[in-house]
Design a protein around this ligand. Structure first.
Ligand code: PBG
Length: 331
């Protein structure tokens, strides 16, 4: 038999496979999400996210240092504040002595080269669990953008390197960029959640932050009026183009595994760094199936992360960052 193209020739052993490999996972690719809680000596594991903790400040600093020592260059920060600090305006979000602001300073002190990316959205500070201010049963856009701008400036003042707005309000990137420029924060970047879908994959995260939308009359019970409809792809491109025009430095697509077509679409059409978020539900599914012995944890972890790179992601926000880094460092 004479076959012109024997594709298997390039797969016949690990040496040749490793030589022609197209994509490589590295610790430089990872952004580690960290959950911060009020109080002292707090370290509570999130039931649906084994290995992930809600930490008080001194413990979160330890986690950040460990991550840095493993080669991880960036952290995303999320705070859980007590109900007494929540209202409809989310004003605790820009308290200069708030939990987020103090965490940013503490991590900067302990780990000055770590790229700190605080989450910008009102939901952990909202009595209604929404990413915006609620009025007459609706999440209102422009007043929310004003609040996000105040929040952004307080993060920049505390020492944030990049702001990570995950709220999906319209026009917020431009408003944030203007405010940063006007206030001397021209070096502070924006990683915009450009295509963030209204997804059921966020369940465990909302448990971690106690931030699910409340089920009360006259309050929207889901986030579908601002997060995207998962039936749509073209719309993601419109969102992405708008965010680049408004001044975003990095675009985020979220969730990850079920949305890799969107990563590819954005990457192919806009030559900007793209980041993908392997969200809490994806992490939970892998952990749960592995616990049952139904899948091989480490292999599935590295496969999913590598496939995100193959889809076009430059960066991956993942709860697996430390575990994956350990494996990569041992290779
Ligand atoms: C909130 C926010 C969410 C996530 C990141 N920022 C939840 C939501 O939109 O309800 C989800 C992350 C995850 O599931 O891991 N602004």
């Amino acid at each position: 038999m004479f076959i012109h193209n024997r594709h298997r020739r390039l797969r016949q052993n690990e040496s040749i496979r490793s030589m022609i490999r197209e994509n490589h996972l590295s610790t430089n690719d990872f952004i580690l999400p960290l959950f911060i809680a009020e109080g002292k000596d707090v370290r509570v594991e999130i039931p649906s996210m084994p290995g992930i903790y809600r930490n008080s400040l001194e413990n979160v600093v330890k986690e950040a240092k460990e991550a840095w020592d493993l080669g991880i260059k960036s952290v995303n920060l999320y705070c859980k504040v007590s109900d007494s600090l929540k209202d409809n305006t989310g004003k605790e979000a820009w308290n200069p002595n708030g939990l987020m602001q103090n965490t940013i300073k503490a991590i900067k002190d302990a780990c000055p080269e770590m790229i700190i990316m605080p989450d910008v959205a009102l939901d952990p500070y909202s009595i209604y669990g929404h990413d915006g201010i609620v009025e007459n049963g609706r999440v209102i856009n422009d007043a929310t953008v004003d609040a996000l701008v105040r929040m952004s400036l307080s993060h920049a003042e505390a020492g944030a390197d990049f702001l990570a707005p995950s709220d999906m309000m319209d026009g917020r990137i431009g408003a944030m960029r203007d405010a940063l420029e006007e206030n001397g924060f021209d070096n502070v970047g924006i990683m915009s959640y450009a295509a963030k879908y209204a997804s059921s994959f966020y369940g465990p995260f909302r448990e971690a932050l106690d931030s699910a939308p409340v089920d009360t009359m006259d309050i929207p019970k889901d986030k579908k009026t601002y997060q995207m409809d998962f039936h749509n792809a073209e719309e993601a491109l419109r969102e992405a183009i708008a965010d680049v025009e408004e001044g975003a430095d990095i675009l985020m697509v979220k969730p990850g595994m079920a949305y890799l077509d969107i990563v590819r679409l954005v990457k192919e059409n806009l030559q900007v760094p793209v980041s993908v978020y392997q969200v809490s539900g994806e992490y939970a599914m892998i952990k749960a199936a592995a616990e049952k012995g139904w899948i091989e944890h480490d292999k599935i972890m590295l496969e999913t992360l590598t496939c995100m790179k193959r889809a076009g992601a430059d960066l991956i926000t993942t709860y697996f960052a430390k575990e994956a880094a350990r494996l990569l460092n041992d290779r």
